[in-house]
Design a protein around this ligand. Structure first.
Ligand code: NAG
Ligand code: NAG
Ligand code: NAG
Ligand code: NAG
Ligand code: NAG
Ligand code: NAG
Ligand code: NAG
Length: 581
């Protein structure tokens, strides 16, 4: 880096206007042009089952050249809600896009909620960026809905459309305002690689900085469009690789962690009713896992080619390259057939690697971060002032970041869990959707604790201490397993649970800053900033009297009147407490 050309950049301000002492100075970069972004967003890619280890080019060219966020989570483990949250910077309870299809979610719901005019790509264009996208945007964005209206905010787009989105060999893409075009017989990831390279060329030719997203469907399950258009159940089969990768990984199996097809039942609700899987099913799951790894090989090649192109262009040093997935995935853990939609680690943890100007090489950061933090993070890196209605905060990448560290993740879900694979059947009627899958929970990682607490629509609860039980086998919610509550963090377990419940009570309806600093709602004087602070015995009565998080019944959508008390108390110096609104 030439010293003379090192200037502090504050967004789109001319370099000379940005005084180095300004609070808005985020990074020192070698160019005065705002940075470009290349975001690779895969579909249903796990972190916990170790899939990134099988993509060496992605590891070498992104992770090892930048920062690996090792505690990065999604807040709703399902494609459409998670993507809408990512591209709006809002929790699903604030987007109310909570499912993959209407009435609760999907593209029509996204449009009905007004987001098509007011979301990330539109904001980036307004801030001076050229925006490009190819691949899957969201569910129910289909051959019937794609033009009513067209997706807004992109200078160039080429979207996969339902019901062909998940067909590895029979995809349909739809470019800009053109008619949908079938790519029957072509391998979807190879098609998207060419489209991604094409948009990268377009982007590099422009005068403005660019934000290009390439969102392949790998390693999502394959869905035959003919099957999804029929009246029968949608069968989600193992993904399909390109022929050149079919021979790989013959001996690889799903990691046999303690929660893989466990001898004892685990979890609550439908998970707790699952039968032990027989060898036929376990063998199929190993095959399913290998197919995912094989399907990811084409993504690995795609990333390699995109980065080659960036290197040739000379723009690589002014480009952030980000790799992540919309949600995680499980295969056989807790006896579950392949799928997502739960709050367990496999489903909520995803890879998050970022390299680019000012980002150190080969570093791991273990602060808790979420997909809700991504829009604020991209804004900060681009030097765009943060929006007040962001439910997240920039990730602490840059050393003068406005990041507010948080120890919690607000995990939420409404509706059913889709079961994938050919053995995905529940009960005598052969259902492919597990009902009663609505829950609100908090994943919390602080100094001396590592917990997951969930309240389910069935009235059941879960509490896992991941410091001793990383695979979430032993639900220690008091009396759940017939044992008496023990001490935890030096306090009786029920007093800890009162705090966790109050945290979820705040998070279930949080907006903007209250999602980032939830304890501040309960303690407006700022004296409590963490679970540890809240555990002080002087707050025992306060937390005992808080209303408890609950549901009337299990419903498929976000209906406030079904979701119990919404308002709790604020602490007022031990004298009295008042409702927080
Ligand atoms: C991209 O779109 C924005 C918004 O319509 C526009 O201002 C900008 O000029 C476009 N860029 C190019 C290269 O056409
Ligand atoms: C692609 O899907 C359509 C709709 O189901 C079907 O008519 C067509 O035969 C399929 N083509 C291939 C090559 O599978
Ligand atoms: C399964 O549960 C039984 C009875 O509660 C217990 O004795 C056994 O240790 C458990 N097995 C495992 C692997 O946790
Ligand atoms: C194993 O379980 C699957 C799914 O329940 C069932 O379809 C299959 O018949 C079983 N196989 C054997 C050998 O029991
Ligand atoms: C769903 O939960 C209700 C209680 O809310 C229960 O009565 C019902 O049996 C559950 N259904 C299944 C399939 O677990
Ligand atoms: C119940 O939970 C307690 C607390 O973690 C644990 O010590 C005990 O082994 C569990 N009992 C069974 C039967 O799983
Ligand atoms: C979310 O959307 C559903 C379906 O339109 C609606 O019934 C519900 O009231 C909405 N919830 C909130 C909190 O706006």
């Amino acid at each position: 880096m030439k010293l003379s050309s090192v200037v502090a950049v504050a967004g789109l301000l001319a370099a000379t206007e940005a005084a180095p002492s300004s609070q808005h100075v985020l990074l020192e970069r070698s160019s005065s042009k705002p940075p470009n972004f290349l975001f690779i967003l895969t579909d249903d890619q796990d972190l916990q089952l170790n899939s990134p280890a099988y993509t060496p080019k992605i590891l070498n060219r992104i992770k090892e050249k930048g920062v690996d966020f090792t505690n990065h989570f999604v807040t709703t483990a399902l494609c459409c809600p998670s993507r809408v949250s990512l591209w709006t910077g809002k929790q699903a309870h604030n987007t109310n896009v909570t499912d993959v299809s209407p009435p609760w979610g999907g593209y029509p719901k996204f449009v009905a909620q007004g987001f098509n005019e007011d979301w990330f790509p539109v904001w980036m264009q307004n801030a001076g960026y050229d925006t490009y996208y190819t691949g899957k945007m969201m569910n129910a964005h289909s051959v019937d809905t794609y033009n009513s209206p067209f997706i807004k905010g992109f200078n160039g787009s080429d979207f996969l459309l339902d019901p062909y989105t998940y067909s590895y060999y029979n995809s349909t893409y739809q470019r800009n305002h053109d008619e949908p075009k079938s790519y029957a017989g072509q391998y979807t990831t190879d098609v998207i690689t060419e489209k991604g390279l094409g948009f990268l060329n377009d982007a590099l030719e422009g005068d403005r900085p660019f934000f290009l997203t390439v969102a392949p469907i790998a390693p999502h399950s394959n869905i035959d469009p003919a099957v999804s258009m029929s009246d029968g159940p949608t069968i989600m089969e193992a993904p399909i690789s390109a022929p050149r990768h079919e021979h790989l990984f013959k001996d690889v199996k799903v990691p046999r962690t303690a929660n893989f097809n466990p001898a004892n039942r685990t979890g609550v609700s439908w998970v707790n009713n699952l039968a032990l899987q027989n060898q036929t099913v376990v063998d199929y799951e190993d095959h399913f896992y290998r197919q995912r790894l094989r399907a990811l090989q084409s993504v690995d090649e795609m990333v390699d080619r995109l980065i080659d192109r960036l290197e040739e262009s000379g723009e690589i040093d002014n480009t952030y390259i980000i790799y992540s997935a919309d949600n995680g995935f499980h295969i056989g853990q807790h006896r579950m057939p392949p799928g997502k939609a739960t709050g367990y680690e496999e489903d909520i943890r995803v890879p998050f690697f970022i390299r680019g100007p000012g980002i150190p090489e080969g570093k791991s950061i273990d602060s808790v971060t979420t997909h809700i933090d991504l829009a604020p993070t991209f804004f900060e890196l681009a030097g765009i002032p943060l929006r007040k209605d962001f439910d997240g905060t920039p990730m602490a990448i840059a050393h003068k970041s406005a990041s507010i560290k948080h120890e919690h993740v607000a995990v939420e879900f409404w509706g059913t869990a889709v079961l994938e694979g050919i053995y995905a059947r529940l009960g005598p009627d052969g259902a492919t959707h597990a009902p009663n899958n609505s829950y609100k929970s908090a994943r919390i990682l602080g100094h001396g604790y590592n917990l997951y607490y969930a309240v389910w629509c069935t009235g059941e609860h879960e509490l896992y201490d991941l410091s001793t039980d990383p695979y979430q086998i032993n639900n220690i919610y008091p009396f759940h397993n017939g044992t008496k509550a023990q001490k935890f963090l030096g306090r009786p377990l029920p007093t800890v649970l009162n705090r966790l419940d109050a945290l979820v009570l705040v998070l279930q309806s949080c907006q903007g800053n209250t999602c980032i600093e939830p304890w501040h709602v309960l303690h407006p004087d700022g004296s409590v900033k963490s679970l540890r602070d809240a555990l002080s015995p002087k707050y025992d009565r306060f937390y005992l009297e808080q209303p408890k998080v609950e549901y009337e019944e299990c419903l498929d959508g976000h209906i406030i009147s079904n979701e119990g008390p919404q308002v709790g108390y604020q602490y007022r110096h031990g004298l009295s407490w008042e409702a927080w609104t």
